[in-house]
Design a protein around this ligand. Structure first.
Ligand SMILES: [Zn+2]
Length: 404
């Protein structure tokens, strides 16, 4: 079997425990994908990924198409060779990146015209996105969709849904002609629809009829606010088939991971852990730490005492990291990014364990305590299951809602 998704626990709309089998190994879900947009993780050696608990990595087809180009990637052993990673790989189609640079792009029914600073004007079409991903060789390819940058404007979102469905069908047909998952690659559809439940439903229904191998919730975390975002997630997962992987694109703060799992999401990607790390913010079980803060000047503790990650085990004191950040040294961003990714992957492991033991609500409460913020709590009607959980560490300041 090339691909299989086995649901090991959970229900249609609430938290789910699963096992996603790919040609490059098993992905226990809920899972977090470390981001290697240009074929390289930022400041993280591939050698430390497995020990951290990673099973799947994300890269970006459009970026790799532009630089170094699919021929070069193939010469390097395909996307797995380039990443030096033998686990599962998912590539995004690049639509989000284009649309987030609205001034550099123009959308037509054929595709998106994009002005690249180096390669000049290119037309990125559904056919091209599919063909490039087939050449790169990830385990999972994403469809090119139309992701409107303003998710609260119905006049923009409705045509984007229609286009997403039209492009989805083109790519589904190309995938079927290539043999579907027998080609060694799965293809996921992407549900758009902004903050509008009727459009989310229309898009989910249309994609579902096309029978994709998995489904993503796209077009979220674009400034619509945490409540509207979690409403969109719940609206969408409620309309997706139970036996397919559900992937929430570009979301990954500790709090959001927990809340989206509570709403039935299996897979995540986000630059949040590494980006916050580069900007001197450490994610810990007690909340986030701003390491440039003066209170860390003479702090001899590692980032998080007791943390088994390589950064904390190296015992570089917080005070030294602070001094290094202020001096523009490049080691501190690497050490804190590495700790944050380790933290995030450990959180996913704890989420899976809690789902197995029935203690997810206790873990969710712990994370809500450490990362208060505005992200809404349990979805309405969420079943409260009793179970054991580690003690809740001390409180911490709130975390901002990140974009990817
Ligand atoms: Zn650590």
């Amino acid at each position: 079997v090339n691909f299989a998704f086995r649901l090991l626990g959970g229900d249609a709309e609430g938290p789910r425990l699963g096992l996603f089998t790919t040609p490059h190994g098993e992905v226990p879900t809920p899972a977090f994908m470390a981001v290697a947009t240009r074929g390289m993780l930022r400041g993280i050696s591939p050698a430390v990924l497995r020990p951290m608990g990673a099973s799947i990595v994300l890269s970006n087809a459009l970026h790799l198409f532009l630089r170094p180009g699919p021929e070069t990637v193939r010469a390097l052993g395909g996307i797995h060779g380039m990443l030096a990673w033998d686990g599962a790989v998912l590539t995004d189609s690049g639509g989000f990146q284009i649309f987030s640079l609205a001034s550099l792009c123009r959308v037509t029914d054929a595709g998106v015209f994009y002005k690249d600073p180096v390669r000049g004007r290119i037309l990125w079409t559904p056919e091209k996105a599919f063909e490039v991903q087939a050449a790169l060789g990830p385990d999972i390819a994403m469809v090119l969709d139309h992701c409107p940058v303003e998710p609260t404007d119905k006049d923009l979102v409705a045509p984007a849904v229609a286009r997403t469905l039209r492009w989805g069908r083109i790519q589904r047909d190309l995938h079927a002609a290539r043999g579907g998952t027998a080609s060694g690659q799965a293809l996921f559809g992407i549900v758009q629809g902004g903050v509008f439940p009727d459009l989310r439903e229309e898009c989910a229904r249309g994609l579902r009829e096309m029978e994709f191998d998995g489904y993503a919730v796209g077009g979220v975390s674009l400034g619509e606010g945490p409540e509207a975002m979690m409403d969109s997630v719940r609206t969408t997962t409620a309309r997706l088939p139970r036996d397919r992987v559900r992937y929430l694109m570009g979301v990954g703060s500790p709090r959001e991971l927990v809340e989206a799992v509570a709403r039935g999401i299996d897979l995540f990607d986000c630059v949040f852990p590494t980006r916050t790390g580069r900007f001197a913010t450490a994610l810990t079980w007690g909340g986030r730490l701003h390491l440039k803060n003066a209170r860390f000047r003479e702090d001899c503790a590692p980032i998080e005492p007791g943390c088994p990650c390589l950064s904390c085990q190296s015992e570089v004191p917080r005070g030294a990291l602070r001094a290094g950040f202020l001096a523009g040294e490049f080691l501190p961003p690497i050490l804190v990014s590495q700790h944050n990714l380790h933290f995030t992957l450990t959180l996913m492991g704890r989420i899976r364990e809690s789902l197995q033991k029935g203690s997810f609500p206790a873990l969710a409460a712990e994370i809500r305590g450490a990362y208060p913020g505005k992200t809404p709590g349990p979805p309405p009607g969420d079943a409260i299951l009793e179970g054991s959980s580690p003690p809740i560490p001390g409180g911490a300041p709130s975390i901002r809602n990140p974009n990817r």
